[in-house]
Design a protein around this ligand. Structure first.
Ligand SMILES: Nc1ncnc2c1ncn2[C@@H]1O[C@H](COP(=O)(O)OP(=O)(O)O)[C@@H](O)[C@H]1O
Ligand SMILES: [Mg+2]
Length: 331
């Protein structure tokens, strides 16, 4: 049972049209123009521009250390850019008055690289952290009800709510982090390497969940990933970070039509081809929905011989393990 206070709030919400949370209805909820980020003399971004379309899942790729996480932190106001402009949900984030605006910060959810759950709090308590922060007036009961709902929405069993992070598998931790990111019913969802460290089956399941949630909750998703399977399976477009800027953004076929060496190496190298072949056979591919032909020929080798960390000769600085997925698991 919700408390009287909570009932009042709900009633007020129903009565009062002004209580309706604002929703961004422009075309580009994230607009980045001519961004520069530097740490001392190290310039991470220079003249970087990018527009994220409302309702899309934008994959963000780039070699290790190219500044993907710094870019995300700049967008959500955790990193003050050296120069340039960032507009989020129609508001200029580079204006310091807007950056501290709680109202806008409640309209996005973030799953940081590594998950970053509070280890001394249960899953439910973790999900309740942003609720407490942004809506302190909500009763504990209602907060608990909301967190329970988010836990289940994120594909966890209801019992997981009372567990501590150390009691969860890697995949469950990511889902708990996702539940926390969804706590405030955000319009924007930021995911930084969400499938890194998951096994291929867990990663594919997380991908499907992301796509499903994005569609049902009408989210715009900024998804940093190394995972070629993820890019093929769920991203509407992909932005490529290299040479301190976004060198290209588009669908995978559009990117393949460019002749930038990093893009060619990334998508057309052995791993890129394996991911593409895997997607061609997978259930996620709409082309396979009606004519499910059995795969013919020998299965791909699970180990393509280049999964050995950084010494794989591709010279792109990858090798996090997240890319070490090849076709058979998804076929
Ligand atoms: N707070 C910081 N202070 C100094 N250097 C930083 C900081 N955050 C990131 N960097 C540097 O910026 C570069 C980009 O980092 P990051 O965005 O984490 O890369 P990635 O693309 O792997 O996510 C790296 O060289 C990193 O060392
Ligand atoms: Mg990073």
């Amino acid at each position: 049972m919700a408390s009287q206070r909570a009932r009042d709030l709900i009633e007020q919400a129903e009565d009062d049209a002004s209580f309706t949370p604002p929703t961004f209805d422009g075309e580009y909820p994230i607009v980045i123009e001519d961004l520069t980020n530097a740490f001392g003399t190290q310039v991470v971004h220079e003249h970087l521009s990018l527009k994220v379309k409302r309702g899309e899942i934008l994959g963000v790729v780039g070699g290790s250390g190219t500044g993907k996480s710094v870019l995300m932190r700049s967008i959500i106001g955790l990193q003050t850019p050296t120069a340039g402009k960032i507009e989020v949900l129609g508001r200029d984030q580079t204006d310091s008055a807007n950056r501290d605006d709680e109202g806008i910060r409640s309209r996005w959810g973030v799953l940081f690289q590594g998950g970053a759950l509070f280890s001394t709090l249960t899953v439910a308590e973790n999900v309740e952290v942003p609720l407490k922060q942004f809506y302190p007036e909500i009763s504990q009961e209602l907060r608990h009800e909301i967190s329970g709902y988010k836990v289940v929405l994120s594909g966890l069993p209801a019992e997981a709510a009372s567990k501590y992070p150390s009691e969860l598998s890697g995949g469950m931790k990511k889902r708990a982090g996702l539940a926390r990111a969804l706590a405030l019913d955000p319009e924007l969802l930021f995911l930084d390497e969400p499938t890194a460290g998951l096994d291929p089956v867990g990663a594919a399941a997380f991908d499907r969940l992301t796509r499903e949630l994005a569609d049902t909750l009408r989210l715009t998703v900024f998804l940093i990933t190394h995972d070629l399977d993820t890019l093929h399976a769920i991203c509407d477009r992909v932005a490529v970070l290299a040479d301190k800027k976004v060198i290209a953004v588009g669908t995978i076929p559009e990117l393949l039509a460019t002749d930038h060496p990093w893009i060619q190496e990334y998508f057309n190298g052995p791993r890129g081809r394996a991911a593409e072949a895997s997607y061609a056979k997978s259930e996620d591919n709409p082309a396979n929905k009606s004519s499910a032909r059995p795969a013919t020929g020998p299965a791909q080798q699970p180990d393509d011989g280049i999964g050995g960390g950084t010494g794989d000769g591709t010279g792109n600085g990858h090798g996090t393990g997240a890319m070490d997925k090849t076709g058979p698991e998804r076929a």
